[in-house]
Design a binder for this molecule. Sequence first.
Ligand SMILES: [Fe+2]
Length: 433
Amino acid sequence: MTAIEELRHSPDQLRTRIAAELERARDRSRRLTDIDHDELVRQHSPLMSPLVWDYAHIGSQEELWLVRDVGGREPVRPDIDDIYDAFRTKRADRPSLPLLSPAEARRYVREVRDKALDVLDRTPLTGRRLVEAGFAFGMIVQHEQQHVETMFATHQLRVGAPVLDAPAPPSGSAPDRPEVHVPGGMFLMGTDLEPWALDNERPAHAVGVEPYWIDTDPVTNAQYAAFIDAGGYDNPDWWTADGWAYKNTAGLVAPQFWDEGARTRFGHVEPIPPDEPVQHVCWYEADAYARWAGKRLPTEAEWEMAARFDPETGRSRRFPWGDDDPRPEHANLGGTYLQPAPVGAYPEGTSPLGVRGLMGDVWEWTSSDFTPYPGFAMFPYPEYSEVFFGPEYKVLRGGSWAADPTAVRATFRNWDYPIRRQIFAGFRCARDV
Ligand SMILES: [Fe+2]
């Protein structure tokens, strides 16, 4: 039983937990928006919204789901629904909208939060699927935390003096063996049990997997640099036709934010740590590296089996380390260090099969397209997942250093275009036996 599942039987404790998670999410989004007015309203990249858009959009989603739908209350600001509807305006066009000013946005999200907490106090967390075990509140917690990660990406794209600082991550350790053999077989993929899991993670279903090898750790900066030094970006043999064309058009020669053997990270120019998982590579680069290395990217099922399958019991765990919610010793999550940790820094997060660093550090590209599981049922709205299913998106797994523990699970599925590099994504390789 998960911690949330246990709390289902104690509504007051479940409410306390939800309120604490809402507050923790708000602390994080406030931290990333506690900067100068001009920095908040500026568009730092056409790929990203102005930070003040994200902040008010967080409030807008909270208003729609918690205040209006769950609470049945009067709208707070129906006049701004369209402005903060992510489907109505592309990110590149958001600066031209009549956005709330930073002061108005802060007032708005506070007003919505006060009402949402009042709704939380008065709503039975059972009897209706949307509120069962606090689902809608959990969905809104995850939504805010996902935007926190998006805002980290905006900060990384921002040019100018640093405004974010963090301590150094824990030190790493070399793996006993570079790859782990997974015998394959049947395992349970996805979940029916996780109360705050989103529709695309459901339902749990048995999947048969052929035996395979998977890298013990994600590919490091040093390993990726060897691919560059070997002329990896100059040899079409390693790239798919689409990848080669994109690489040439975009002029890719190294991961984003690398320049002349150094990298820029939140405004700091620093040496590239060799043992840290590589990040800011697109799917095409990950795929090309894997082919150069004589390997391939793992499928989504292979990734999840390596992360969850316990060969002793035949069970699929919630997380590589077991069923407990993530703690700081398990994985590099929550933005504590503003970077991935060197591989092997989290021995307690190792999976039963011996695979390391699956949760946190970097999102890991898989070879799989984003498609529904057999028996998928849209809930609670098609724009969460359903409208994105199809071959244009690749699945990423495991969460990055910027992801919050409430917004990752071994079943959690993220997706993006194969050209995207500003996200905190890396990869590990696999190969057939
Ligand atoms: Fe959103």
